[in-house]
Design a protein around this ligand. Structure first.
Ligand code: ATP
Ligand code: MG
Length: 258
């Protein structure tokens, strides 16, 4: 049986307002092994969110296929959790109720245990009875991560999860994600515009071309698990990814060399 996420020859287009087809993703092929952390970077509008939505089963591909452990991803399922740029917590529910939203049919006591476990994992123990309006941006995003983890998805899809956070909170959240990964062993596929974040977190970084999005390059990050953002090796990977990012457009290529 195929293990992990498998994307095969996936293409997708949308119709524009004046009814013209807009090719967004072209012939995407990618496999993500179980427990692997892969990040996708690419210019705005190249189809990254569309790709995650197709994997989550929220959007249909025109051709090609997506499967997790051999199971096709044609509709949303508990094996895939998604975290969006904005936390999307329901303001009228407590944090505990938000976290357990996806646990239909689970007895109340078990729900409380599950929410307690995941709120502790994201360092929000004690906030179960609070409402989203009582939490800061970083805390709300941690609650959204707890909600996505509560259904114990095999694959976690993260669409710019820290894009709206300030620089320091973002660094804390990145550490949090590494911590969660060590404790839960999830497979993670993340979209980010932050190349430093990609190098800090990933086993591999996928660089996409401008729309229609194609995979241009996959960079394997061969750094120790505990990464030093100030090291020369770290900077080398950042530059390498930036060069792949800009080589389609010599005009906008930044002035630096590896
Ligand atoms: N439901 C839709 N109907 C029509 N066009 C769409 C739809 N969803 C996305 N698009 C178009 O598809 C293209 C890719 O959108 P997508 O949101 O996947 O880009 P992205 O790579 O995530 O960009 P960003 O980095 O800015 O978030 C864009 O041109 C967008 O306008
Ligand atoms: Mg997007």
């Amino acid at each position: 049986m195929a293990n992990g996420l498998k994307i095969e020859n996936l293409s997708k287009s949308f119709l524009t307002a004046d009814r013209r087809p807009l090719s967004v993703l072209e012939d995407i092929c990618l496999t993500v092994d179980n427990s692997e952390f892969v990040t996708i970077v690419g210019h705005s509008g190249c189809g990254k969110s569309t790709l995650l939505k197709i994997i989550a089963g929220l959007e249909a591909a025109d051709s090609g296929g997506v499967s997790v452990d051999g199971r096709p991803c044609n509709a949303p399922g508990p094996d895939r959790g998604m975290i969006f740029q904005e936390h999307r917590l329901l303001p009228w529910l407590t944090i505990e109720q938000n976290v357990t939203l996806g646990l239909e049919g689970v007895p109340r006591r078990e729900k409380a245990e599950i929410s307690g476990h995941y709120l502790k994992l994201v360092r929000l123990d004690g906030f179960g009875k609070a409402y989203p309006s009582e939490l800061s941006g970083g805390m709300s995003q941690r609650a959204a991560i707890a909600r996505a983890l509560a259904t114990q998805p095999q694959l976690l899809l993260l669409d710019e999860p820290f894009g709206a956070l300030d620089a320091l909170t973002k660094i804390e959240m990145q550490k949090e994600i590494l911590n969660i990964r060590r404790n839960s062993n999830n497979t993670m596929l993340m979209v980010t515009h932050d190349i430093e974040e990609a190098v800090y977190l990933s086993d591999r970084v996928v660089v996409m071309s401008s729309r229609p999005g194609r995979i241009k390059e996959i960079v394997k990050i061969e750094l120790a698990e505990s990464r030093n953002r100030g090291s020369a090796d770290f900077a080398w990977y950042k530059q390498r990814i930036l060069l792949h990012f800009f080589d389609e457009d010599e005009e906008s290529r930044p002035e630096f060399s590896i």
